[in-house]
Ligand binder design. Structure first.
Ligand code: MG
Length: 504
């Protein structure tokens, strides 16, 4: 069995090396690649995708699984194996089963349509005209439905798609968590809207990019980001990527006339990177060295960005330093005023610009529309109207055009249906973990006020990061917090924090 396992590990190692290579090409494409190189880059990437697919559906694999005692009913294999090897087998079996159910023709057609449809989405968005995009979205939706049918599901085709991003979670579970969240967030938004708005005008002054960069890099170091195992560059949309086990890179963007974009983006991406840099040595470079779900990954970035980075205690330590970097801009602005400014709540049309209170309502809107689109209950042609109606219902504002409404996100254009919920699940996981962390570490406000970010990172490494994908998100949540995922912790965190800011 040891030999069989080694053979499987060798196959996985090649898949990881190819995946890392593809990540490096992707990173280059978003940062330094000259624009005309895109055509050959697309070919390079599709070649790698094919090589990865072929290795994953290797005809020997079924036999190797059988020799390890792996079956659909017992994906972890023989009980005599170590817990780590059993977790490895469960995850490998999962990838294999999923990948081998989707016919190669469908994979190729989806990838081809995704490229075409992404280009049309860019055009449609720039002209703010949904009609340009709608025939392509219909095609993508049709192919995505086919994919869901091939993969199979118990209750709803959405489950087959969600499972790619949030493994082992179903749309029914998401619906349950979201229905509670939606009601309570809407109440909170109404209370805040009826209160006196806080001022953020000082954040719109001129903040030179070089100084923002210098300050951001100092915060990254304090958070524990290792520049010998990563780097930070500029890209249009910030992201984190891992071209190697010791090479986890982040990107950011700065706006000279809006301070929040740069620093909070950096803290967010660093949260993702610290997760990837924190996997224990025994699983480094294997398929277990990955975030166990996108929701879990997002919990790490959002905890650092919002629960820590937008807390008053964090700024007790950093605000005097920030004032040294920007003495003119922040001259007469007190710590409390600054804290309130970076936490201003205001319904916006655009999801990526939303504050932490309204953000999840943008997600629930997309989730509800995706469910209805998949079943055919909602027709693509009626989507803009349905979108606007929900914006009005959830946030009390209505987009004036498709660009700031239904066309704002790229996800649907490349078939990523079932992806959006993971953003909100990240908020929920994050708040639930944070409560346990506070219980374990004692006076977390004192820790933050002293700038002792190292003890936060140690807790996250010990309880979450080191495990990679050994546990599922559900298992990890119960292991760490003793309970299944609940919206309660996130909501009570918001209620307490914003009561203090808005005094409603
Ligand atoms: Mg993120």
């Amino acid at each position: 069995m040891e030999q069989t396992l080694s053979r499987l590990k060798a196959i996985d190692r090649e898949i990881q090396l190819l995946t890392h290579t593809s990540a490096l090409l992707g990173w280059d494409q978003e940062t330094y690649m000259p624009s005309r190189a895109i055509k050959e880059r697309a070919e390079q990437q599709s070649l790698l995708a094919g090589l990865i697919h072929d290795r994953l559906i290797n005809p020997d694999i079924e036999g190797l699984f059988a020799a390890c005692g792996v079956t659909d009913e017992n994906p972890k294999g023989h009980e005599s194996l170590s817990e780590q090897d059993r977790a490895f087998l469960r995850l490998f079996h999962r990838h294999y089963t999923r990948e081998s159910k989707i016919p190669k023709e469908l994979v190729v057609e989806l990838s081809r349509q995704a490229s075409l449809s992404q280009a049309k989405w860019i055009e449609a968005r720039s002209k703010s005209d949904f009609a340009i995009f709608s025939p392509y979205l219909k095609k993508i939706l049709d192919l995505t439905r086919q994919k869901a049918e091939k993969i199979g599901y118990k209750d709803h085709p959405y489950d087959a798609l969600l499972d790619e991003f949030e493994p082992w979670m179903t749309s029914r579970e998401v619906s349950e968590v979201f229905s509670d969240l939606k009601k309570r967030l809407q109440t909170l938004v109404r209370k805040i809207a009826a209160s006196k708005q806080v001022d953020e005008s000082f954040l719109l002054k001129d903040f030179p990019v070089d100084e923002q960069d210098e300050f951001g890099r100092a915060v990254l170091k304090d958070m524990g980001y290792d520049f010998e195992r990563g780097r930070m560059d500029i890209s249009a949309h910030p992201f984190t990527t891992g071209p190697g086990a010791d090479d986890i890179r982040i990107t950011t963007r700065y706006q000279a006339d809006f301070f929040k974009t740069g620093l909070f983006g950096i803290i967010h991406e660093c949260g993702h990177a610290l997760y990837e840099l924190g996997f224990k040595d025994e699983i480094k470079g294997t398929l277990l060295a990955s975030g166990t779900s996108l929701g879990l990954h997002e919990s790490q970035s959002r905890t650092w960005e919002n629960l820590i980075g937008r807390s008053l205690s964090f700024w007790k330590h950093y605000y005097p330093k920030l004032k040294t970097s920007f003495p003119e801009q922040l001259k007469d602005i007190s710590l409390e005023e600054f804290y309130r400014g970076v936490n201003r709540v205001e319904p916006t049309m655009i999801r990526v610009e939303a504050d932490e209170v309204t953000y999840s309502l943008h997600i629930i809107l997309r989730f509800e529309l995706e469910l209805a689109l998949l079943t055919g209950e909602l027709k693509v042609d009626d989507l803009p109207e349905a979108w606007n109606a929900k914006m009005e219902e959830f946030l009390g504002i209505c987009p004036e055009n498709d660009a700031e409404g239904v066309l704002q996100d790229i996800h649907w254009s490349f078939g990523a249906i079932g992806y959006f919920p993971t953003y909100s699940l990240g908020n929920l996981y994050g708040a639930q973990f944070y409560r346990t962390m506070k219980r374990d570490l004692g006076d977390i406000d004192d820790i933050l006020a002293k700038g002792n970010l190292g003890s936060i990172l140690s807790w996250l490494r010990k309880n979450i990061h080191q495990h990679g994908s050994i546990y599922t998100a559900r298992e990890l949540c119960e292991k760490v917090t003793g309970e299944p995922l609940s919206a309660d912790y996130f909501i009570s965190y918001l209620e307490e924090k914003y009561q203090g800011i808005y005094h409603y």
